[in-house]
Design a protein around this ligand. Structure first.
Ligand code: SAH
Ligand code: SF4
Ligand code: F3S
Length: 470
């Protein structure tokens, strides 16, 4: 048994990690023919992409994916720790699975992985109160899944294999991508920023960049396979390369990825602290690097930003924001905001509202602060009531939503390029995203999924646009 350990996870000594190649022993392949699996993913794009790797590994073992978890032989929950409600959702699902195991399918195998697996408290709970969970693996040993599953079946006891710290970086894991035209490509793992409220540096380990050659090769393969768009992923992509190279960072990587001639390149998330002028120049220079930047501000108050350990002020954020708006044509900027951080006064909150009025973000993900055990912010005294926080969130949402609609309305009558992804929920329309990452539902003839089409915008809503192909 290997258990998570927060003290270890917090350490940031120079690690000499190796890049190793994924290997699977032939004896595991197709060892579970005729069995079915269901995977539920919580959290961010990184987790979604991990689930694409997990699915592919499980399918190599012979499992087939099904959509009804009540009928599956194996259910895996790929969990998220970012806020308490992510925890609650996963535990709620475990409750439902327990019921299925007790009443309908006593052979059901239940696995848990992802960020919650890296939390000491969660593992304690699983060891004590959730004995029906068959196996747990962490974010640092996805690639060991075939061995862990084999051990679970053979030993018939709870298997917990979670590395407290990151290990080697594994290349060449199989992947079963969810979408046919858009692909996620990891470029950097972990996070060293340690924002005081955030659990990610503990659950995902030290910042480690993938070698540029491995990334470029992956993108070139995707182009050959017909993919139109890649999103370069990391908790802070702007730190790409710092642990590997002297003079090769995100700007240079974007340039090399752009030269593979993939139609669209996106990247997320960018921490404002590491955003350089040369990155901005590169984004504005290459037509296939999308003018869409996710730039989380978190708060408009420099006092709160300092308590959050974000390493920028309201003024320096605005300076960067203005520079990006000025230098990148037609750019859209989205953000993340936390309300109700400990010590946030009404004045601090008003500064957040003011900055939203100024920035008129194209999209914003807004959250109520959630205390995460063992993070530095958990020690701060929090005197703001939940009721007050909920009210602030509502007021904030009213402001940001107003600008989503206002920005969308400006597009009425214009022509935008949309990558066709599928049929919209309304059934009689296609849907896809603009270069600036806005959702468009549209009509037209002779359109194939994967086509990039020119759409005239006819109607604007808060979260989407309607149009017709020209
Ligand atoms: N690496 C990204 C953020 C990843 S988490 C970045 O730094 O920008 C996504 C968002 O969740 C964060 O931007 C933040 O707004 C929110 N978040 C993180 N921890 C949180 C917490 N403890 N409570 C509430 N929201 C949180
Ligand atoms: Fe969390 Fe901050 Fe790292 Fe983002 S940059 S993952 S908010 S610690
Ligand atoms: Fe959640 Fe882990 Fe992502 S905590 S947001 S799944 S990195």
């Amino acid at each position: 048994m290997m258990l998570p350990n927060y003290k270890e996870a917090r350490k940031r000594q120079k690690v000499d990690y190796k890049t190793i190649k994924y290997k699977i022993d032939n004896k595991y392949i197709n060892s579970f023919n005729n069995k079915t699996y269901f995977i539920k993913t919580y959290g961010c794009q990184m987790n979604e992409h991990d689930s694409e790797n997990i699915s592919a590994m499980i399918e190599e073992l012979g499992f087939k994916k099904i959509e009804d978890y009540e009928k599956a032989d194996l259910v895996i929950l790929n969990t998220c720790s970012i806020r308490e409600n992510a925890h609650n959702k996963a535990f709620g699902m475990l409750g439902r699975l327990k019921h299925i195991k007790e009443t309908k399918n006593s052979n059901l195998i239940i696995g848990l992985c992802g960020c919650m697996a890296q939390e000491e408290g969660v593992i304690d709970q699983i060891l004590n109160d959730y004995r029906f969970v068959n196996f747990v693996f962490g974010t640092h040993n996805l690639y060991e899944l075939p061995i862990i599953l084999d051990k679970t079946i053979k030993e018939e006891k709870q298997v917990i294999e979670v590395y407290p710290k990151e290990k080697d970086l594994v290349e060449g894991m199989p992947v079963k991508r969810d979408k046919s035209y858009k692909a996620y490509v990891n470029i950097i793992y972990g996070c060293d920023k340690f924002c005081t409220y955030c659990i990610v540096p503990y659950t995902r380990g030290s910042q480690r960049s993938r070698k540029k050659e491995d990334i470029i090769d992956e993108v070139k393969t995707l182009v050959k396979e017909g993919y139109k768009e890649v999103t370069l992923l990391g908790q802070n992509v702007n730190a790409y390369g710092k642990d590997l190279y002297k003079e090769y960072g995100l700007g240079e990587l974007l340039e090399d990825v752009s030269k593979t001639n993939i139609k669209r390149v996106r990247f997320m998330t960018s921490h404002p602290w590491d955003f350089t002028d040369s990155m901005i120049d590169t984004i504005s220079k290459y037509k296939n690097i999308m003018p869409s930047i996710h730039l989380p501000i978190q708060s408009g108050s420099s006092k709160i930003l300092k308590l959050m350990g974000r390493r920028y002020t309201k003024e320096s954020y605005l300076e960067l924001f203005n520079k990006i708006k000025e230098k990148i044509d037609n750019v859209s900027i989205s953000t993340d905001i936390i309300v109700g951080f400990p010590n946030e006064t009404e004045e601090d909150f008003k500064e957040t509202l003011d900055i939203c009025e100024y920035c008129k973000f194209d999209n914003a993900f807004t959250f109520i602060y959630s205390k995460r055990e063992n993070t530095p912010a958990a020690k701060l005294i929090d005197e703001v009531s939940l009721e007050e926080k909920e009210e602030r969130l509502q007021r904030l949402n009213n402001v940001v939503n107003k600008y989503f609609l206002e920005n969308n309305k400006k597009l009425i009558g214009s022509e935008v390029l949309v990558l066709t992804e599928g049929i919209s929920e309304k059934k009689d329309m296609y849907y896809g995203y603009t270069e600036t990452n806005k959702l468009v539902n549209f009509t037209g003839e002779n359109i194939n999924f994967g086509d990039i089409v020119k759409v005239e915008i006819l109607e604007a809503k808060t979260w989407s646009l309607d149009g017709h192909v020209k």
